[in-house]
Design a protein around this ligand. Structure first.
Ligand code: SDX
Length: 428
């Protein structure tokens, strides 16, 4: 494997080191480019070829459809671990033993109260407010109630901030749903497991007991694991770059929530359901929507398909597709859009437009079908994505700060007006 790259510009040769990661990924280190060449920079819209950092948290191989958290295969974690274990693994680097996990959960429970005054902020929203906007606002509002910034050089201070976020965020998620459904705000029950408590906070009716269905608990636990991290995706890069200015953890997370909201990113799970519903209303005419997706003059895209990194099946989509059959079967839910989704997948996998562009179902294609079967409203789908992604965001923010990464400030190529003399108003 090469250990250096030579760049020749105007007859002058410049040498740059090549760094190699633990999975033999290689990158040209261009930190010295501008200084060596007297001003040359690079340009790469969407950073399709540009790495922003070296990270030890998550490994993806898009060609082979591989996803690992801290070296553990996503298939093993989804099958054998629970979400709180995976959150601990992502944030602290190792799977916890029984006592570490119990302490982590107890410390989170101790921080799971949200100041009653936050409810006054929630009251200001109309019921129709999108829950992602509510969640990012309330996450940012938590700064006012937890004003001390994280001393990242103190392990104790960092740990305290982590359990605070892990404890309070699920309450905000539940409140965002209950605001929308007109339910009184609930604090759940600290005698329950982490995911069980989330479900109870979300769905318990004020005047009735809430019976936990193990099928629903296991399905949500698995979905949260599958969404927990995904290296330098749009929202994680946002959390890192906001945090690189030394803005606080809550502020960085709030920014990440807003980045995730976009329909090209986490908002796709809601867009997929809306697309499948439209196809169903249209008599199940998948061919019409396939044609729209391929028509360059039509802005419509096959939501839940394609991926910046995966040029093979998204391993998470495979697991979720299997879980969709299991969960709907166990819950006795017949959902015709699951069959529409499968039909669409089959057509796309045999269509040259999709095959040539290596467009496969991604994590968002089937997840909404399970969320809906679990009784989660479609506007909450991306909130559930954020709930899963939370430990990944925390882990990446922590790594960025502990590595003392410089403030993120990309360069540009200016294409505007050259210098010109000021024109007096009377002359314009
Ligand atoms: C997530 O990065 C992550 O890791 C994200 C994520 C995570 O866990 O954090 O995995 C979660 O965001 C998954 C992606 C969810 N988004 C969608 O499902 C929205 C639909 N997909 C696309 O918009 C698109 O595929 C992206 C945004 C996901 C990726 O876009 P890229 O990498 O910028 O690719 P591109 O837009 O340049 O597309 C390449 C070609 C283009 O055609 P040509 O110009 O070559 O002719 O493929 C076409 C695109 O038009 N194309 C699609 C398509 N996706 C790409 N055509 C129709 N339908 C689609 N879905």
């Amino acid at each position: 494997m090469a250990d250096k790259a030579i760049l020749e510009v105007g007859g002058q040769k410049y040498e740059f080191p090549i760094i190699t990661g633990t999975e033999n990924e290689q990158a040209i280190d261009i930190k010295a480019l501008r200084g060596l060449t007297g001003g040359l920079t690079t340009i790469d819209p969407g950073y399709k070829n540009t790495g922003s950092c070296q990270s030890a948290i998550t490994f993806l191989n898009g060609e082979e459809g591989i996803l690992r958290y801290r070296g553990y295969a996503i298939e093993d974690l989804a099958d054998k671990a629970d979400f709180l274990e995976v959150a601990y693994l992502l944030i602290f680097g190792e799977l916890p033993n029984e006592s570490q996990l119990e302490k982590f959960h107890n410390d989170i429970k101790a921080e799971s109260h949200v100041d009653e005054d936050v409810k006054k902020i929630l009251d200001g929203f109309p019921k129709s407010a999108h829950p992602m906007g509510v969640l990012s606002s309330l996450t940012s509002a938590l700064i006012a109630f937890n004003p001390s910034s994280v001393n990242v050089d103190s392990e104790e201070d960092m740990y305290k901030a982590i359990v605070k976020v892990m404890g309070k965020f699920p309450v905000l998620v539940a409140w965002a749903l209950r605001k929308r459904t007109g339910q009184p705000l609930d604090y759940g029950d600290n005698n329950l497991g982490y995911v069980e408590n989330i479900l109870k906070m979300m769905f318990k009716k004020a005047n009735a007991d809430y019976d936990l269905d193990p099928v629903v608990v296991n399905a949500l636990d698995k979905l949260l694991i599958l969404h927990a991290d995904h290296e330098q995706n749009c929202s994680t890069s946002t959390v890192r770059i906001v945090g690189s200015s030394h803005a606080g953890l809550f502020a960085s997370l709030s920014a990440g929530i807003n980045a995730l909201w976009g329909p090209l990113h986490g908002g796709a799970n809601q867009a997929v359901l809306e697309m499948l519903e439209a196809i169903k209303e249209d008599g199940g005419d998948t061919k019409k929507y396939m044609a729209k997706a391929k028509d360059k003059s039509d802005p419509f895209r096959l939501m839940g398909f394609g991926h910046r990194v995966y040029k093979n099946f998204d391993p998470r989509a495979k697991i979720i597709k299997k879980a969709a059959d299991e969960v709907l079967g166990a819950l006795g839910v017949e959902d015709p859009i699951l069959d529409i989704a499968k039909g669409l997948e089959q057509e796309a996998l045999n269509d040259p437009y999709f095959v040539d562009r290596k467009l496969y179902p991604n994590v968002d294609f089937y997840s909404g079908i399970i969320y809906r079967a679990m009784g989660i409203p479609v506007e909450m789908f991306t909130v559930m994505f954020a709930l899963g992604r939370l430990p990944g965001w925390i882990a990446q923010w922590k790594e960025m700060r502990e590595n003392k990464e410089p403030i993120g400030r990309p360069r540009q190529v200016y294409t505007g007006e050259n210098h010109r003399a000021f024109k007096e108003r009377a002359e314009r």
